[in-house]
Design a protein around this ligand. Structure first.
Ligand SMILES: Nc1nc2c(ncn2[C@@H]2O[C@H](COP(=O)(O)OP(=O)(O)OP(=O)(O)O)[C@@H](O)[C@H]2O)c(=O)[nH]1
Ligand SMILES: [Mg+2]
Length: 201
């Protein structure tokens, strides 16, 4: 949940990584943790995982320092992507100020991406937020698999499936190599801060 003190120039925001099971949300946070250790005062907290799968959520506080004169703190969360954890996803999304939708580029996950985006829309609506208004960035993850034996959707298909109406900024990323993980984060942080500044001033 956002906390903004215009007088003291302090800002705290919550950003949630949302997406289908095994699309790479936790891997995003792991990469961010490995690259921004100086700005992360405590460890990344993974609340219950089984093998690779998040059962509850991941949490990581980021101390960004000064941006535009604001002392900025960001809380990063991931939701559990597997279908059966819908109620947990809804809980974790509560109070989100910005969202990164992580899509899985693998062809076999096409339908899962769509279903997950729809669930994001519904859960935001539950909290009185429109997916068309919330700061949102899409990350097409696992681009490193393009050219491998595993069939991968091209960007036009992914854009057509997921971003035709939303028209939000998107990134072609690989959470394992770290490609475009930080640019994704920077973009959503910028959009979230701009939106909070608007809202609170
Ligand atoms: N090739 C490739 N594999 C990836 C990438 N990102 C994640 N993976 C792999 O995909 C699997 C699932 O990654 P996670 O980061 O745990 O996925 P998640 O979205 O947190 O999954 P849930 O917690 O179940 O929702 C792991 O084996 C990762 O190593 C990527 O960019 N490329
Ligand atoms: Mg996870």
């Amino acid at each position: 949940m956002a906390f903004v003190n215009l007088k003291k120039r302090e800002m705290q925001a919550k950003i949630v990584y949302y997406g289908p099971g095994r699309c790479g949300k936790t891997s995003n946070l792991q990469y961010i943790f490995s690259r921004m250790r100086d700005q992360i005062k405590s460890n990344m907290v993974s609340v219950k995982t089984e093998g690779d799968c998040t059962l509850f959520f991941d949490y990581m506080p980021l101390d960004i320092g000064k941006i535009k004169g604001f002392d900025v703190k960001i809380q990063l969360y991931t939701v559990p992507g597997q279908v059966m954890y819908e109620s947990t996803r809804k809980l974790v999304l509560k109070g989100a100020d910005g969202v990164v939708f992580v899509a899985d580029s693998r062809e076999e996950r096409r339908q899962k991406n769509r279903i997950s985006l729809k669930s994001l829309q519904d859960n935001l609506k539950f909290y009185g937020k429109s997916i068309f208004k919330v700061p949102l960035v899409i990350q097409y993850n696992k681009r490193d698999l393009a050219g491998s034996d595993i069939p991968v959707l091209d960007i036009d298909s992914l854009e057509n499936d997921l971003n035709r109406q939303l028209k939000v900024p998107y990134f072609e990323a690989s959470a394992v190599s770290g490609d475009m993980v930080i640019p994704t984060l920077k973009k959503i942080m910028g959009m979230t801060m701009a939106s909070l500044e608007d809202e609170f001033s």
